[in-house]
Design a protein around this ligand. Structure first.
Ligand code: AMP
Length: 199
């Protein structure tokens, strides 16, 4: 049974998913859920926390089975504590699915309503943004240019293909190279258009 409805915010690392996701959630009430944030919230001493650090530190994706297990458990926790009501709430998923296998693993429970793709063809913009974010958020995986390049390679090799798993009518491309305000404006406008359509 597909009882969870979700929008996706999709794009390369540094494309602005977290920033626009938080703003869209604050404006519309959709629940922003970032798997990167969930992973970073794990206790560093725990098995999964250590596993995450070893993969993220090398710019690699965490294996699919562990990712889906942590993601499902987290959502279960939100439902059990009344923080997410599948009967009326929707998620804005940020950072998942990141592989075609993940898209297949979640599809029996999560119904994707629409996908907002933050498109930044020029990777030099991304590298510059991430190096800047490293200083603000103290993220190790943003601080090292070779790790950033590894993350972009993972995105190209494994994540970009995820879009092919969805019907093109579900996808809206947004110019992610614009200012944060402009990216938010275009994403909000696309979201409103989608909400007006019968879901
Ligand atoms: P993010 O904050 O989305 O850039 O994610 C930071 C790191 O968390 C990534 O480089 C991966 O190591 C890991 N990660 C986040 N989401 C996923 C996912 N869906 N599948 C595998 N690894 C993930």
């Amino acid at each position: 049974m597909r009882n969870i409805s979700a929008f996706l915010i999709f794009g390369a690392p540094g494309s602005g998913k977290g920033t626009v996701g938080a703003k869209l959630a604050a404006t519309t009430g959709v629940k922003h859920l970032s798997t990167g944030d969930i992973f970073r919230g794990l206790s560093p001493a725990s098995e999964n926390g250590k596993l995450f650090a070893s993969y993220a530190g090398a710019g690699k994706l965490v294996p699919d089975e562990v990712t889906i297990q942590i993601f499902s458990r987290y959502i279960g926790g939100l439902i059990d504590t009344n923080k997410f009501d599948p009967a009326k709430d929707s998620f804005l998923l940020d950072g998942i699915p990141r592989t075609v296998a993940q898209a297949n693993l979640i599809k029996s429970v999560v119904e994707i309503k629409h996908i907002f793709v933050l498109d930044i063809p020029d990777y030099s913009v991304i590298v510059e943004r991430l190096l800047k974010r490293a200083k603000i958020e103290n993220r190790k995986d943003d601080a090292d240019e070779s790790v950033i390049r590894a993350r972009l390679k993972e995105y190209e090799d494994k994540t970009a293909a995820v879009l092919g798993a969805y019907d093109s009518s579900l996808i809206t491309k947004i110019n992610g190279s614009q200012s944060p305000d402009e990216v938010f404006r275009d994403t909000l406008s696309a979201y409103i258009t989608q909400r007006k359509l019968p879901l």
